[in-house]
Each structure stands twice: as structure tokens, then as C-alpha cells.
Design a protein around this ligand. Structure first.
Ligand SMILES: Cc1cc2nc3c(=O)[nH]c(=O)nc-3n(C[C@H](O)[C@H](O)[C@H](O)COP(=O)(O)OP(=O)(O)OC[C@H]3O[C@@H](n4cnc5c(N)ncnc54)[C@H](O)[C@@H]3O)c2cc1C
Length: 459
């Protein structure tokens, strides 16, 4: 497929993060001519400042905890220190290998990779430096950046996740402002690295986007890990000197720390890029789309974190692929947003898909729920983890939500996603034999119980 004679490309993609590069690769694979404009590094937030480096640090955290707890498993070892220089070498090595691989993929796909800051000039032209690129279709994929609060300047001891990924020593005391996904992941890392950690969250619970039972269990687990949690606590301000940052809450309480991590969400990166001038509707910085990811302007699509909804890399990948297929005329199926799996990689890990109990009650009226305690799961006992698998089912209907918490439970989200995505009933899942002893068995047992034939389940 080709654009009109005046077009340089079938598709120009502005931003080479998860959403943008996925779109570029799929579009090129479908034979479209593609330009991918990127001002920094191909791979975007996820590869360079997000998913990959944070999960590498979380893995280091797991190794540190395993070393500390080794005697419990019969291994004599002592944790001397966490060497941040070595942590960064390991983390940066992982990122570098993936980055190289991704660059190779884009090169092999014969995508025109254009380095520089791009902006829309009219609805089908992207300007990069002194180049003007025209296309039949433009995909906006400029992503997001860490947000701060009014009056809170990110400098020195006050950091966002970007700076926290490069600190050269483990701080003694950390205050994490924000108990969402990024906040609890960093709280978990810092605690495992040896810091005293306090999480401040204005809402009544941590990870407020998850099922309430998950928040409660996480708070219990964090308290057991001696991570202080202050929910319903409103931040008032912070000041810093060379040695300390002092955080005050609206309650009048003050806290001192060596590092304040600001994890209060991410703003869309859409200002100053000509979107509104081109007629694209922008709402509080986000670019609203219809379910086919079309913006308010014909031929202009948006994907990834700038589109209201879950800010997740795999949502960006899926949206990028969707738009490429849409442009190529394949009429792909609309992405089911609640069917997108969500994993929070703190210890204990959280994994969920579908509706939480409150949402399901709102949608279906009557629902049934079941919580399978990992206490009955052999592999979880071997690992020494606590948690549960919670199922939410429409009364006598399919399972519409799966919510899990416990070490490594993120690995179980694949089956949970198929169950919810394929509208499976507990009886359907109960018929599948789950391998013993795996944590996956906990999912099987939860369904056995909800189907009325529990095995290793305590009432
Ligand atoms: C600390 C942290 C941890 C995370 N962990 C996870 C996780 O475990 N799992 C998960 O699914 N998600 C995670 N995320 C979220 C994930 O990183 C984002 O959802 C994902 O990167 C969004 O992809 P995107 O393509 O929309 O934007 P981005 O990845 O932000 O990419 C946008 C790209 O556009 C470029 N760009 C912007 N403006 C211009 C311009 N004018 N011209 C040219 N280029 C431009 C940027 O340089 C950037 O490369 C995490 C995020 C953070 C911050």
C-alpha cells in the first residue's frame, strides 16, 4: 500500500518507544514505507528508564534478600553490601544488549530511522530539523515523563524514577511519595538494598488501581518487611539541605530522609509538538482516541502513554501493532483494555487481569469471589511466600477478574489472561490438570474450589 504521490511515506511515527517502534516494525512487516522519528534513544522509557532497568534492580533486590534469608534454606552466607557500581554494570548490560537487538531489528526492517526532535506541522507533515516528512498517516507516540507536584522541584536529594536509577550509593533513609506501581516497586528495591523506607500515599490504600484485597495484603507484607506505610497522608512540602531532605505532611508531621522519591504519576509528553495546531484534540495533555486509536484528525493515530488508560509497555506494543494493521487495511479486532494484564514487581509481586470485585459488582450486579491462599500451595511454601489468588466471577457466569499476590506470581498472569479473555467458567479451567508442585497450581486450585470441588483448600 502506498500514500499519494506527494507523500514520502505511508506512515510516519513520532516517538520510538514501545508504542512507536512496535508500530514501525509491524507496518514495515506489512510492506508499508515507514519513517520512525526519535529524539533520544530507540526503545524509549520502557527500555532505558522504565520496565527493564527497574526489573533488573528488583532482581538484584531479590538476590540480596535471598542472601539475607539464606540460613532459612540451609545455606550459610552473609550479605556484605549492595555495590551500586556493580548493580549499574549489570543493569546497564541488560539494557545495552536489548538496545542493540532492537536497533538491529529496526535496521533489518528497512525502517527510515530519523534522529531528532519531531513536531507536527499540519496533519500529515512532521518536521525534524530542516527536514519535512510527509505521509498518508501519522502516528503520535511521544510517551510520557515523570510528574512532580506544584512547588516540588526535582533536584539534589529529590528525585524521580529517572534519577533514582543512577544513584551511586544506597541511601540510609528513603521516603517514597506515591504508593502506585512505580512507588511500591522502588520502595521494595530500596528496602531490599538496606534502606529504611516510608511510603506516603494520599489515597486510603496502596496500589489503589488494584482489587482492595490486594492492597490490604501488600500493606501487610510491607509492614512485615518493615516498610512504613502512611496512607491517607497528604504531602505538604519538602525542603533540602546538603545532608537531608525534610518532608512535611498536611497533618503537621515531618519526616527526614536522604532521598525523596517522587512517584506521583507520569504526564503525557505532548506539549509544544504542534498537535493542537494540527487540529488534534488534546485533553489535559493526553490525546483521546476512539477504540480504533484514531485521534480527532483523519489519518492521525495515537498510541502508548499519551492515550488515556493504562500506562504499560505491552499496551503500547499492542496499540502500535493495531494501528499498523489498521493502516494496512487488515481491520484488526479492537484491543480489550481490561484484558490487558498488569504486573507490579515489588516483593510480594502483584498480578491481575480483568475486573476487580467492585468493578464486577457494578457491571454484573451479583458476583462470586474466591480467595485461594498460597498457604496451601506447595511451591509457595518452598519459596517461603504468602499471598493468594482471588477469582471474581459473574454469578453462574465466567471468571471476569483474577487478582494474585505473592513472590513470583507475575509469572502466572498468562493463564489468568486466557481465562478472562476467553470467558472461561471455573468448571472449564478445573478440567485442566495443573503441574505439581508449581505456583501455577494455585490458579488451578482456585478454579477447582470455585467449581465446587476444592482439593488443597482450607475453608
Ligand atoms: C520506572 C518505570 C517502570 C516501568 N515499568 C513498567 C513495567 O514493568 N511494565 C510495563 O509494561 N510498563 C512499565 N513502565 C511503563 C512503560 O515504560 C511505558 O508504558 C512505555 O514506555 C510507554 O511507551 P510509549 O511508546 O508510549 O512512550 P515512551 O516509551 O515514553 O516513548 C516515547 C518516545 O518518544 C520520544 N519522543 C518524545 N517526543 C519526541 C519528539 N518530539 N520527537 C521525537 N521523539 C520524541 C521519546 O524520546 C521516547 O523515546 C514503567 C515506566 C517507568 C517510568
Amino acid at each position: 500500500m502506498s500514500g499519494s504521490a506527494a507523500d514520502d511515506y505511508d506512515v510516519i511515527i513520532l516517538g520510538g518507544g514501545s508504542g512507536g517502534y512496535a508500530c514501525a516494525l509491524r507496518a514495515a512487516g506489512l510492506g508499508l514505507s515507514v519513517a520512525l522519528v526519535e529524539k533520544a534513544k530507540l526503545g524509549g522509557t520502557c527500555l532505558h528508564q522504565g520496565c527493564i532497568p527497574t526489573k533488573a534492580m528488583l532482581h538484584t533486590a531479590e538476590v540480596a534478600d535471598a542472601t539475607r534469608q539464606s540460613a532459612q534454606f540451609g545455606v550459610t552466607a552473609t550479605l556484605e553490601s549492595v555495590d551500586m557500581a556493580a548493580v549499574h554494570r549489570y543493569k546497564d548490560g541488560v539494557v545495552a544488549r536489548l538496545y542493540k537487538g532492537l536497533q538491529g531489528l529496526v535496521k533489518a526492517a528497512t525502517i527510515d530511522y530519523v534522529e531528532g526532535v519531531g513536531a507536527l506541522d499540519g496533519h500529515r507533515t512532521v518536521v525534524v530539523g530542516d527536514r519535512r516528512l510527509n505521509a498518508a498517516n501519522v502516528v503520535l507516540a511521544t510517551g510520557s515523563r515523570a510528574r512532580s507536584l506544584p512547588g516540588l522541584e526535582v533536584t539534589g536529594r529529590i528525585m524521580t524514577s529517572d534519577e533514582a536509577l543512577t544513584i551511586d550509593e544506597v541511601p540510609e533513609r528513603v521516603v517514597v511519595l506515591g504508593g502506585g506501581v512505580i512507588g511500591v516497586e522502588f520502595a521494595s528495591v530500596f528496602k531490599s538494598f538496606g534502606a529504611d523506607v516510608t511510603v506516603i500515599e494520599a489515597l486510603p490504600r496502596l496500589v489503589a488501581a488494584e482489587d482492595e484485597a490486594i492492597s490490604k495484603q501488600l500493606e501487610r507484607a510491607f509492614r512485615r518487611r518493615k516498610i512504613a506505610v502512611k496512607t491517607g497522608a497528604r504531602f505538604a512540602g519538602a525542603t533540602q539541605s546538603e545532608d537531608v531532605v525534610t518532608i512535611s505532611l498536611e497533618s503537621g508531621e515531618t519526616l527526614e530522609a536522604d532521598l525523596l522519591l517522587v512517584a506521583v504519576g507520569r504526564d503525557p509528553a505532548t506539549d509544544g509538538l504542534g498537535y493542537e495546531a494540527a487540529g488534534v484534540t488534546v485533553d489535559r495533555g493526553f490525546v483521546p482516541t476512539d477504540d480504533r486509536l484514531r485521534t480527532s484528525v483523519d489519518g492521525v493515530y495515537a498510541v502508548g502513554d499519551i492515550v488515556p488508560g493504562l500506562q504499560l509497555a505491552h499496551r503500547g506494543f499492542a496499540q502500535g501493532i493495531f494501528v499498523a494493521e489498521e493502516i494496512a487495511g487488515l481491520a484488526p479486532a479492537v484491543i480489550d483494555e481490561p484484558g490487558i494484564p498488569r504486573v507490579t514487581y515489588c516483593d510480594p509481586e502483584i498480578a491481575s487481569v480483568g475486573l476487580d470485585e467492585a468493578q464486577a459488582r457494578e457491571r454484573y450486579g451479583e458476583v462470586e469471589t474466591y480467595e485461594y491462599n498460597l498457604g496451601g500451595n506447595g511451591k509457595s511454601q518452598i519459596l517461603g511466600t504468602q499471598g493468594f489468588v482471588k477469582l471474581v466471577r459473574a454469578k453462574d457466569g465466567p471468571v471476569v477478574g483474577v487478582h494474585m499476590i505473592g513472590a513470583r506470581m507475575g509469572e502466572q498472569v498468562g493463564e489468568a489472561q486466557l481465562i478472562v479473555g476467553w470467558d472461561a467458567h471455573p468448571e472449564d479451567v478445573a478440567g485442566f490438570v495443573h503441574a505439581h508442585p508449581t505456583q501455577n497450581e494455585a490458579l488451578g486450585e482456585a478454579h477447582l474450589a470455585l467449581a465446587g470441588k476444592p482439593l488443597h483448600a482450607h475453608a
